[in-house]
Write a protein that binds this ligand. Structure first.
Ligand code: BGP
Length: 482
């Protein structure tokens, strides 16, 4: 545990520094010990679906190298490790029969972490739906809320005595939009907006039933949250008008893309869909029942969010629409005042990671914390960065080291934004670097490298990058020198 004392300027004493991974991206061993197939096992076999024809069949071979990988985490000084459970290791047919060997793997991992003094953070769902459930409609089928609850009950009962921190879903907007509407992620469907909206609702419902199930299954008090995605909105300059424009842009459903944050987070934290949603979607909108909204709106213990990038926003020349969209800081539904927000495009040459969506936007962490705290947390729930990271084409140099200076600078700048939030009195609980090690980056294959640890995939050799050594220092002085 950190020994650095709490100061008004830094992170609280119980703040945890960690790194994150996900099952399909690192484990490999897709059929070991009775595991059933997932939609990503299917997707990665589809001709042309994944860059370089890659699959997660071996990935980082973590299923077989788990102990050595925990030792690696310890050598970096990690205080927490966020990983996901592969649903189809536990339920090879998606529901019904439990595969004890699958649970045993994660129990062994948790034991290993605790013995190394590392706090486990468990994500129940990081995109690898059991294929058997896909054949029963997957996220299109409302029954998934009860399949997910059964899965949460089983995992909670197996690990809840030793795992305090839980996340139900990772980036629901990404797995629905990319997987069901755009088709570039598993299961590769291209549904209509109306059908996709049903998936959105089932996803949120599963978050609610999963949260209830975890609370019932885990002895003692556990901390439950989510790990949603989404671009931050950053005021171009910090004038009151631009700040309000950024807030409004962040919290408005402005079109039918399904990416807008309040579509996902307002039901979870406020118990209702955004007021403008029925008008934006017109006849494609399905009115939810009060009972469903109540299920979705479970009390949570922290505000988790993944944060990679952000868009700059300024107050435009036009007045804001009069439908209350986005509304002021206090949770939407208010009368619109002021200017309509204008998102500002980055110039073509703006710095990015290896993937073009990863635009350098260092204030992203600060503004997400500030706006989420205002609208959803009200100073009562700690903000936890469940992912933040950078992808670059790293390689092992002639000197045997991996000199990833761009990643260090990226993390340093973003962490300063997070520290500013803490210094302004916003409660903070932890920070997870994505990712512990280079891994299978979904449709992009193995080329984009996000790790603190370099993985040479043919030999599975691990090499700590310079960023891992830098992060070790950050952890040891509890962010004091950032
Ligand atoms: C994670 C994925 C990562 C990376 C990241 C991107 O949850 O597992 O591999 O793709 O999300 O975040 P975003 O989708 O928000 O851009």
């Amino acid at each position: 545990m950190p020994t650095f004392p709490t100061t008004a300027k830094g992170f609280p004493a119980n703040f945890l520094w960690g790194a994150a991974t996900a099952a399909y991206q690192i484990e490999g061993s897709p059929t070991a010990d009775g595991k059933g197939p997932s939609i990503w096992d299917m997707m990665s076999r589809k001709e042309g679906a994944i860059a370089g024809g890659a699959t997660g069949d071996i990935a980082c071979d973590h299923y077989r190298r788990m102990k050595a990988d925990v030792a690696l985490m310890k050598s970096i000084g990690l205080q927490a490790y966020r990983f996901s459970i592969s649903w189809s290791r536990i339920f090879p047919e998606g529901s019904g029969r439990i595969n004890q060997a699958g649970l045993d793997f994660y129990r062994a991992l948790v034991d290993e972490l605790l013995a190394a003094g590392i706090e486990p953070f468990v994500t129940l769902y990081h995109w690898d739906l059991p294929l058997a459930l896909h054949h029963r409609g997957g996220w299109m089928n409302r029954e998934i809320a009860s399949w997910f609850a059964d899965y949460a009950t089983t995992v909670g009962a197996a690990l809840g005595d030793r795992v305090n921190w839980w996340m139900t879903l990772n980036e629901p907007s990404v797995f629905i939009v990319c997987g069901y509407r755009d088709g570039n992620h598993a299961p590769g469907l291209k549904l209509s907006v109306s059908e996709s909206l049903r998936c959105v609702h089932h996803t949120l419902l599963a978050h609610g039933t999963g949260t209830q199930a975890l609370r019932a299954a885990c002895p003692g008090s556990v901390k439950i949250g989510m790990a949603p995605a989404g671009y931050a909105k950053i005021p171009d300059t910090e004038t009151p008008e631009n700040i309000e424009a950024a807030r409004r842009s962040l919290f408005t459903v402005s079109g039918q893309s399904l990416w807008d944050i309040p579509l996902w987070l307002d039901p979870v934290y406020l118990g209702r869909y955004p007021v403008e949603a029925p008008a934006v979607f017109g006849p494609k909108w399905h009115n939810p029942s009060d009972a469903d909204l109540k299920t979705i709106h479970q009390p949570l213990d922290f505000i988790g969010f993944n944060c990679y990038s952000g868009v700059r926003v300024r107050a435009g020349a036009q007045p804001a629409p009069a439908n209350g969209a986005g509304a002021t800081s206090l949770g939407g539904g208010g009368t619109a005042v002021g200017a309509a927000p204008e998102d500002l495009p980055y110039p073509h040459e703006h710095p990015t990671g290896q993937l073009s969506w990863l635009m350098l936007a260092p204030d992203a962490l600060y503004w997400k914390c500030r706006f989420y705290n205002e609208r959803y947390g009200h100073g009562k729930l700690p903000l936890v960065v469940t992912e933040n990271g950078f992808c670059s084409g790293d390689w092992v140099g002639l000197d045997g080291c991996v000199h990833d200076g761009a990643r260090i600078d990226y993390l340093h700048r973003y962490l300063r934004g997070f520290k500013r939030a803490a210094a302004e009195g916003i409660p903070t609980g932890g920070y997870f670097q994505w990712s512990l090690m280079d891994n299978f980056e979904w449709a992009e294959g193995y080329k984009p490298r996000f790790g603190l640890v370099h993985v040479d995939f043919p030999t599975q050799t691990r090499t700590l990058k310079d960023s891992a050594l830098w992060y070790r220092e950050v952890i040891s002085n509890h962010g004091h020198d950032l």
